[in-house]
Design a protein. Structure first.
Length: 217
């Protein structure tokens, strides 16, 4: 498989897009602790892997080329639009950038970055006051920053799924889950009964809109 000017082999775009999104996320998340850097590092690995396939080398298309050519004999594997695999697999016609899944991806991305920004702002001021973060998005879930990263990853997967990023996604979910549990253990030691009361009324990841719900999801 050779690269043409239709969308691959554009390594400058790989670097620029990776740097843009990582700086954008960094400006909201602002990692400080070792745990923060592990969280951001895993996210960065996903982003780089994504843009390498989006503009550099289409590894997923290469690995699936035999099956794709059999299933879709008229498909142009070197077309950049083919990389929008959900549109191809669902048999959608027209520009994939206007498909329902692509539009949904922008919703996930936009809300993810919005949540990340709001959560960091609340956490930053709580840490400066040496208090437990319980307002803003923290009033609904205990780990809005991890949820924000997952929403952003889901947005990219809806837009441009690849073999590598699909494999990385469940690994990142487990990693963020473990980091959340580790973080909670530290908060229990630090805030004691205050954190226990907060955890009893606030779900871990999935928000509950019942005012008296003690769910710990």
């Amino acid at each position: 498989m050779t690269h043409d000017a239709s969308g691959y082999g554009l390594w400058t775009l790989v670097v620029l897009n990776s740097a843009l999104f990582l700086m954008f996320a960094f400006s909201f998340f602002k990692p400080q602790t070792g745990r923060d850097w592990r969280t951001f590092g895993a996210f960065a690995a996903f982003i780089v892997a994504l843009f390498v396939e989006m503009y550099g080398f289409p590894l997923s298309i290469y690995l699936m080329s035999g099956w794709l050519q059999t299933k879709y004999p008229n498909l142009d594997l070197l077309s950049h639009n083919t990389g929008h695999l959900w549109s191809t697999l669902l048999g959608e016609k027209g520009d994939p950038h206007f498909s329902a899944l692509h539009i949904a991806s922008y919703v996930f991305l936009g809300f993810g970055f919005y949540l990340l920004s709001n959560a960091w702002n609340v956490l930053y001021h709580a840490q400066r006051r040496n208090e437990l973060a319980t307002t803003g998005p923290y009033a609904r879930i205990r780990h809005p920053q991890y949820v924000a990263f997952v929403l952003i990853l889901l947005g990219f997967l809806l837009q441009w799924p690849t073999v590598l990023t699909l494999a990385m996604f469940p690994i990142l979910l487990v990693m963020y889950g473990r980091l959340a549990i580790t973080e909670e253990a530290e908060m229990r030691k630090r805030f004691g009964a205050r954190f226990e009361a907060y955890a009893a009324r606030t779900p871990r990841f999935l928000p509950s809109f019942k005012s008296d719900s003690p769910v710990s999801t």
